[in-house]
Write a protein that binds this ligand. Structure first.
Ligand SMILES: Nc1ncnc2c1ncn2[C@@H]1O[C@H](COP(=O)(O)OP(=O)(O)OP(=O)(O)O)[C@@H](O)[C@H]1O
Ligand SMILES: [Mg+2]
Length: 377
């Protein structure tokens, strides 16, 4: 990739990735079959790719970006003309019958799709002067994973001091519930809009090479790598997010579920895609929380706080306060959003919050000097 001279000289120019695609000459990209992470972030992921492949057959990374709609995260466009298509809520209602389409080969009709990432079927919506991601249930999802769950978790994250996305529930004509999540990178109206930059933690961590991915997947690394972009330390905000994810067993907290946004400067995006997941035994997150790994316990969350630069006393206070709010609130936050039997199934998602409330934090060994962070380039 090279930057066009006119872009470099324009007043709003900024490096799309200040580490890998830095000014004035980007490094050669050896990951993701040569496609820079920030470019791939603008295109579809599992679900959107599947929809494109149904229509066009398997496509190369570049063809995916060229053929996908213009509504992907961030501000990078691969089209000469404006192709942003946002559906009104009425249009979403109309499109919803037969959506998501069945997997039958017979249903090779062209369906609306999106460049937003993720595995769930989704469309871009516009309503009440805001853009929203309309997230549909995935086929075969149990009811406890529904839109009411995600909405409740986003709201509860806010009450726990996390800057999380605004969202609301919408009931489709056939009775299914979908979640509308307000876009944090898109303002204005379909006729006149402004887009902000977007880079997933996957990109910031330099992931894309399966040989190193395991070692790169970590909140601690993300904290340090993000500093090259944001020029600030978001350790405390990130730790609060990882602790909340652990307390509600949001165990799908992979590196495309965290991001930075650019609106004149890079900063941490609002938190998104938080879903409580029932389970038994240890809570394992996707990203490492401290040098010891991905298993979240009351003790490991405190060791994680040490590594993320948070004072021990403060970390214990925040953790206990979040656990108390979660155990007190989760049922009322879900409300009548799912059947009573599904609410009961969900209870085990909050087992770590219950444990935190009775844990003796005086037992946790004193903080050791944090290990030196070794960047991997
Ligand atoms: N509010 C938002 N504004 C802008 N972009 C967003 C927002 N929420 C999510 N995204 C982007 O859209 C992608 C898909 O959203 P999300 O993670 O909610 O979907 P999902 O299908 O549940 O994902 P997963 O496959 O992780 O389950 C994210 O990875 C991120 O790139
Ligand atoms: Mg996601």
């Amino acid at each position: 990739m090279v930057y066009d001279k006119a872009y470099l000289e324009s007043s709003g120019a900024y490096a799309l990735d200040p580490v890998r695609a830095r000014f004035p000459r980007p490094r050669k990209c050896l990951l993701n079959r040569g496609v820079y992470g920030v470019l791939r972030d603008a295109g579809p992921d599992t679900w959107g790719r599947d929809m494109l492949f149904r229509e066009h057959g398997v496509l190369s990374e570049i063809e995916i970006l060229r053929r996908a709609p213009e509504d992907g995260a961030g501000n990078i466009s691969f089209h000469a003309e404006n192709r942003l298509k946002a559906y009104s809520i009425e249009e979403i209602d109309q499109a919803s019958s037969g959506f998501p389409p069945s997997d039958e080969p017979a249903s090779r009709a062209v369906y609306p799709t999106t460049s937003m990432g993720g595995a769930k079927p989704k469309l871009l919506a516009y309503d009440a002067e805001a853009f929203w991601i309309a997230k549909f249930p995935e086929k075969g999802d149990p009811e406890y994973k529904n839109a009411a769950n995600e909405h409740a978790m986003l709201e509860m994250a806010k009450s726990c001091g996390i800057e999380a996305c605004d969202s609301r529930l919408h009931v489709l004509p056939d009775g299914r519930k979908i979640l509308l999540v307000r876009r944090f990178d898109l303002d204005g109206s379909p006729a006149r809009y402004a887009r902000g930059g977007f880079a997933s933690a996957h990109t910031v961590l330099g992931m894309g090479d399966p040989r190193h991915e395991g070692a790169l997947r970590s909140y601690v690394r993300f904290r340090h790598e993000a500093k090259h972009w944001t020029k600030r330390d978001d350790g405390a905000a990130l730790w609060r997010r990882l602790a909340f994810n652990a307390l509600v067993s949001n165990t799908d907290d992979h590196a495309r579920n965290h991001a930075l946004v650019f609106d004149g400067a890079w900063r941490l995006s609002k938190a998104f895609d938080i879903v409580a997941t029932p389970g038994v035994g240890l809570v394992r997150l996707c990203l490492g929380i401290h040098a010891g790994g991905v298993v979240a316990t009351p003790e490991s969350l405190i060791l994680s706080a040490d590594e993320m630069g948070i004072e021990r006393e403060e970390a214990v206070d925040v953790l206990v306060d979040m656990a108390a709010q979660i155990t007190a609130q989760w049922r009322s936050r879900i409300g009548d959003g799912m059947a009573a039997v599904s609410v009961d199934q969900l209870a085990s998602a909050f087992r770590l919050a219950d444990e935190v409330l009775v844990f003796d934090f005086a037992r946790v060994a004193s903080p050791v000097r944090s290990r030196r962070y070794k960047p991997r380039r």
